[in-house]
Write a protein that binds this ligand. Structure first.
Ligand code: COI
Length: 357
């Protein structure tokens, strides 16, 4: 394969101020691209200016939805070191998603070399303020122009970056959640365990309807409308008096990187964390008994997102009086301290890329 080529932009963009970042609004100056075609395997890895893609109108992604993405972050640490947070986790998850969607996927080392080089090229885009980072969006799409229904024989893997602050405008304040009892996000045997674009398309209508009612997102239940799966685009944790519960990865739930960090940290704190089936009925009863202490979502974008209210036509549960609880606060602090290099990386979650000179 040809070596990674770098072609720099001739018109650098203005960078937004940290205050204005939000999530996903601004894109850095460059991107990484690499192509696959049958017979040539992965070829032409390149850093290019951030630019429109040239794909044919017949490309399979545009018709049959062969599209997978990842979400990861790079941080500029307090001592000037730039790190990637758990890149191997994302590479593995993309591989397993690609297997489910019958897509070709670049070898891990090629993917990571592209990401490291892109972050280095766009290092001035990594914001410095606490609570900000460079969000990295690896994306894999089928590009063969062919309308028969079968896996594409050509793929594009590309990576773009956004400097980001908080995912929710409310920052770390608890969000209000509607318990979804009409739509489902995913079902057993489907795509729910993958980061397929299709899962997010399936989620939009419920989220819009919840917003109209004044809720930030929905709590997703399984197809029987009994068991809890995810919250919004995140995994979800329930802090009961003597146990913390998160739905077990049953095949329709995404295996989140921050979910995994949280399970590891809770064990490290000596708390009882259980991955199991959890029904909405059990949550209602535990709340009625005064033993539901906290609920929070976990994801790369928002990190830890406390839930202050859980409502449906039939109930309205206030959680921890609508304020962020101590476990959510401690987890957020510990994960960010590791990300910014302010606490030892006990679990080897960070990969140093370079140190600013
Ligand atoms: C995350 O929580 O990191 C997500 O996957 C949300 C993303 C789709 C914006």
């Amino acid at each position: 394969m040809s070596p990674l080529s770098i072609s720099k932009t001739k018109s650098f963009k203005n960078k937004p101020s940290a205050r204005d970042l939000g999530f996903g609004k601004y894109f850095s100056d460059h991107m990484f691209q690499v192509n696959y075609s049958e017979g040539r395997s992965w070829h032409s890895p390149r850093i290019t200016p951030y630019e429109p893609l040239l794909i044919e109108p017949g490309a399979s992604v545009l018709h049959y939805g062969q599209a997978l993405f990842e979400g990861m972050k790079s941080f500029r640490q307090t001592d000037g070191t730039t790190i990637l947070f758990r890149p191997e986790f994302n590479a593995k998850r993309l591989q397993s998603g690609a297997e489910r969607l019958c897509m070709q996927v670049p070898p891990t080392e090629l993917m990571l070399e592209g990401i490291r080089t892109l972050v280095k090229t766009d290092q001035d885009w990594i914001p410095r303020e606490k609570g900000t980072s460079l969000y990295i969006r690896p994306t894999l799409i089928g590009t063969e122009s062919f309308l028969g229904v079968r896996p594409s024989k050509e793929y594009l893997f590309y990576v773009i970056c956004c400097p980001v602050g908080s995912y929710y405008a409310t920052g770390a304040d608890p969000i209000k959640i509607w318990v979804e009892d009409k739509y489902v996000r995913a079902s057993l045997g489907g795509l729910g365990a993958t980061k397929a674009g299709a899962n997010y398309a399936a989620s939009l209508k419920a989220a819009l309807e919840a917003k109209k009612r004044g809720y930030a997102q929905v709590l997703w239940l399984d197809v029987t409308h009994q068991y809890i799966e995810e919250v919004g685009t995140m995994n979800v944790f329930f802090v009961f008096e003597n146990e913390i519960v998160t739905p077990a990865l049953n095949g329709s739930i995404l295996s989140g990187g921050v979910r995994d960090c949280v399970i590891t940290l809770l064990k490290h704190y000596g708390l009882k964390i259980t991955e199991r089936e959890l029904s909405m009925q059990e949550v209602i009863e535990t709340h009625a008994g005064g033993k539901l202490k906290e609920i929070f979502g976990t994801g790369t974008a928002a990190v830890i997102s406390p839930v202050g209210e859980l409502a449906s036509e039939k109930f309205d549960l206030k959680i921890n009086s609508g304020v962020r609880g101590p476990i959510a606060a401690r987890l957020y602090q510990d994960i960010s301290d590791i990300q910014y290099g302010d606490k030892p990386d006990l679990f080897k979650w960070t990969e140093k890329i370079f140190r600013a000179t």
